[in-house]
Design a protein around this ligand. Sequence first.
Ligand code: PGA
Length: 251
Amino acid sequence: MARSRQPLIAGNWKMNGLRADALALATGVAEGCKQARWTDREVLVCPPATLIMAVAAAVKGSGVLVGGQNCHANASGAHTGDISAEMLRDSGASHVIVGHSERRTDCGETDAAVRAKAEAAWRAGLLPIVCIGETLAEREAGRTLQVLETQIKGSVPAGATAAKLVVAYEPVWAIGTGKTPTVAEVATVHAHIRRVLGGLVPDASAVRLLYGGSVKGSNAGELLAAGDVDGALVGGASLKADEFLAIAKAA
Ligand code: PGA
């Protein structure tokens, strides 16, 4: 039976990769996906912006999708150093990550800024992956669900539908640390996220919710089997083709 929410395995390469390594990685992922012939899941790689065009060419015909890691809210203009959603699209991207915690922290991105970026993605014909997640202090204060609710309400634009939105739950304390919440905790949080989305998105039951934070080949199976988990946003483990493909296989 076809699953109503097609799993999405997304690799976030962050600020890693010069051309030669990145092309080897992209080719490795593309080859693995071609061999696997998956039709029941989507595999996405999000290289640094400098490599989107080359990576898109390298994975052509493999079914692997390509995304950006961030975009500016405006389509063009006097924003030195920034990249618009239209430019990502023009380079071969179909998706864009917005509101990653590293950008919320490093660049002071607010929920309102993230919402504007998600709207920019729509304007350019990209699918935004809106990231949310609590810090360790927020978690220890018992505020996780409340923090996520505020982030969702502030970051998801009006007019969102399941076809136009992916949400990634990434506990900040789990990113790049090797720590993850328990499967039961992930399931509880994802159920809460879906409930909150229920007040904002007409078909919230069909929105894909990704888990991110120290996902690797060895824990992907149990994390991806948790209730309301429809894929993964993978950082460190997406930089090795075999490890990333093992995660995609587990979906
Ligand atoms: P990690 O990063 O898999 O290295 O923990 C995840 C992310 O930041 O998207």
